[in-house]
Design a protein around this ligand. Structure first.
Ligand SMILES: [Zn+2]
Length: 412
């Protein structure tokens, strides 16, 4: 068990109260859960609040370009085998949202926290984590490849000498570069579908060679470390060589990789893989993602894809043609206002699917699909798309704010 919780100082208690009041006002005004504004107010009252709240918890941080919300959820489920868990389950992953989530966890033993990539080093300093899971790094809608390399550098500098156990993906050269400054790393062979941000060596800029499933720099010799946990098909192999079946309700290879990392993370807290994996099986949807909803008589599976690597993983998990597909893209603040990333995504992989295109930027997407040579139809709205598409369960893939729009429309 965790040592008994230290009572919070008067200032910290005031900060928590002020944050909860601000959140309640925000909720009453119909502005969402209020967790971010609540956290912001609380941190204004007590800037040290995050580290105080984390003081009595065994903290796990999870960061990545893709899969961090899902993996946070899987780790939280696994660790519940060992005690109560507090988590920012809805994905508010910057310091204010994290502070707000932890304010509700005074009885918990574990804090399982998703952290935005840009805030990882700072949060890792504040909350003294026991474990940090690093899944992948790739360009997202806002950052191009050079920024991705810089992000890896910031992780590397920020994590240098950190006493946490780092659970890191051996198949992502940028993640390996970031983690290898740490003294205590557990390497997981979790795979990497998207390789376009990992052709040059993060250490020296040389060309990476990728024979079979490994990688190595031809110039400086920086290469794939030997993993102790391995995702192999539908199983995860633990450091003793035992293979454990991964049975998830969540679809796709990427989620098996997330489960393998989650099992390795849970093991650092003494939770054996078969117990961890069995608990992960209960997760059916994560903040609306992967949910199958019925709307206007049609079954629709809601899928979120925010960046090129995310779209690629999503294409690999949808049902084969002639399954109908809706694509929705916006370019509002949280999405990035520039849609040039569409050209990094191989939409040719959707050939054979009946496709309807919606969202604020449906015309940008239409141009991209036309060039990719796939057949599609531009629709003004979700109801029109539902009418136009042939029968069968629909796969609806949307980027960030388009996904929120979809959820609102279908009442999910
Ligand atoms: Zn090199």
């Amino acid at each position: 068990m965790a040592e008994s919780a230290q009572p919070l100082s008067a200032r910290a208690r005031l900060a928590v109260t002020a944050g909860k009041a601000a959140a309640a006002v925000s909720r009453a005004a119909g502005r969402g859960s209020g967790s971010v504004i609540g956290g912001r107010v609380a941190l204004k009252v007590d800037p040290e609040l995050l580290s105080r709240l984390a003081g009595h918890l065994d903290v796990v941080l999870v960061s990545a370009t893709n899969g961090k919300t899902t993996t946070t959820r899987l780790i939280a489920e696994a660790l519940r085998a060992g005690g109560e868990v507090v988590s920012n389950a809805l994905g508010a992953n910057m310091p204010a949202g994290i502070t707000s989530a932890l304010s509700g966890g005074s009885e918990a033993r574990f804090g399982v926290i998703e952290v935005d990539e840009k805030y990882l080093a700072g949060v890792a300093r504040d909350v003294t984590p026991k474990a940090i899971a690093l899944l992948n790094l790739s360009r997202d809608q806002l950052d191009r490849a050079a920024e991705t390399r810089m992000l890896a550098e910031r992780w590397r500098e920020g994590l240098q000498g950190n006493k946490a156990t780092i659970i890191a993906n051996a198949d992502d050269p940028l993640v390996v570069w970031a983690a290898s400054s740490s003294p205590n790393v557990v390497w997981v062979a979790a795979g990497q579908e998207w390789k376009d941000d990992a052709w040059s060596c993060p250490s020296c800029g040389g060309v990476l060679h990728r024979p079979d499933d490994t990688w190595r720099c031809g110039e400086c010799g920086f290469g794939r470390p030997m993993p102790t946990w391995v995702l192999s098909g539908d199983t995860v192999i633990d450091p003793n060589g035992s293979a454990w079946p991964i049975r998830l309700q969540l679809p796709g290879r990427a989620n098996k990789a997330n489960a393998a990392t989650a099992a390795a993370t849970a093991a650092t807290f003494g939770i054996p893989p078969h117990i961890a994996l069995e608990r992960m099986q209960s997760v059916a949807a994560v903040a609306g993602r992967y949910d199958v909803v019925t709307h206007q008589g049609r079954d629709i599976r809601l899928l979120l894809a925010k960046n090129p690597a995310g779209w690629l993983e999503t294409f690999s998990l949808i049902d084969p043609p002639p399954t109908p597909v809706i694509l929705s893209v916006n370019a509002r603040g949280a999405d990035g206002t520039d849609t040039s990333w569409l050209w990094d995504v191989d939409y040719g992989r959707l050939a054979g699917h009946p496709i309807a295109v919606i969202g604020d930027r449906r015309l940008d997407l239409a141009v991209r699909l036309e060039v990719a040579g796939v057949d599609f139809r531009v629709c003004q709205s979700l109801p029109e798309a539902l009418q136009q598409l042939p029968p069968g369960r629909i796969e609806a893939i949307a980027n960030y704010t388009a996904f929120q729009d979809l959820r609102r429309t279908v009442g999910n």
